[in-house]
Design a protein around this ligand. Structure first.
Ligand code: ARG
Length: 255
């Protein structure tokens, strides 16, 4: 049984765009929000269809997950910003993908990528950069996750960008506990990860690459990037995020 589950998980996360497990689970227990309240959020598009989330770091730099860009040419990607409904946003070309050189598609280690876009993003109430987090948060800390990802198994990928952005508050999970929760599985939980969960609340398929943010107002910091999970909002398995403070050198080098 364990073996089967492990294989199943591996297969699932090896093909994030066709994620069976995620698709079977119900997501997220979030609410519809407005882009003004999460104005650092962008939609990353493949052939102009929503594929992943991302966050604005500056006028021409977007942070996302490496599993969203792995094996993809910049020419088929674009970024949409400034709209509660992703399909209504301002479209930018992706000029360059800077994927973490040590991203491992089997273990999901170093699941982080930077996009350079053109034209530059104009800052408004609906579009602003987010500052990078620098330290680990205490277990139990409230953090906000946002995205256009799936809310139910029936939802087709193609409708995701036509609905309003959703948000949910979850709590940081103790790192050792999260590593234990996932110990039977590949991928493992690394120092470059963090975990967060709340009963019935989680990120899910289509939220990948999107922001996990701590604090409010001027204290807002980007601490995580949606990476993977065993299903979505599964009781025993927290959502797993790339831990941004572990990658500050890589990020700043390309900003
Ligand atoms: N891998 C998914 C994606 O590509 C994100 C999964 C997040 N899962 C979770 N349980 N938090 O969109």
């Amino acid at each position: 049984m364990k073996y089967f589950a492990g294989v199943f998980l591996l297969v699932t996360i090896a093909f994030p765009r066709n994620n069976l497990l995620d698709a079977q689970e119900r997501i997220v227990g979030g609410d519809a929000g407005s882009i003004e309240n999460s104005n650092y959020q962008v939609s990353i598009r493949e052939y102009n269809e929503h594929m992943c989330g991302g966050a604005i770091l500056n006028h021409n730099t977007i942070l996302t997950a490496a599993h969203c860009t792995d094996g993809v040419r910049p020419g088929i990607l674009s970024v949409s910003n400034g709209a509660t409904i992703a399909n209504n946003g301002i479209i930018h070309k992706v000029e360059k993908i800077i994927q973490h050189p040590k991203f491992n598609a089997e273990t999901f280690e170093n699941d982080i990528s930077i996009l350079k876009i053109k034209p530059p993003i104009k800052y408004t109430n609906s579009s602003e950069p987010i500052k990078l987090g620098t330290k680990r948060l205490k277990p139990g800390t409230n953090v906000k996750i946002t995205g256009w990802g799936k809310q139910s198994e029936k939802e087709k990928k193609s409708v995701l960008g036509s609905k309003p952005l959703r948000y949910v508050i979850v709590q940081v999970v103790n790192q050792t506990k999260c590593a234990k929760d996932y110990e039977e599985f590949e991928p493992k939980i690394y120092d470059g990860n963090m975990c967060a969960s709340a009963p019935g609340k989680d990120s899910c398929q289509g939220d990948s690459g999107g922001p996990l943010v701590s604090g409010i107002g001027d204290a807002r910091r980007l601490v995580g990037v949606v990476s993977f999970g065993f299903g979505c909002a599964h009781k025993k398995y927290p959502g797993v995020y790339t831990f941004v403070p572990s990658f500050l050198d890589f990020i700043k080098k390309h900003m």
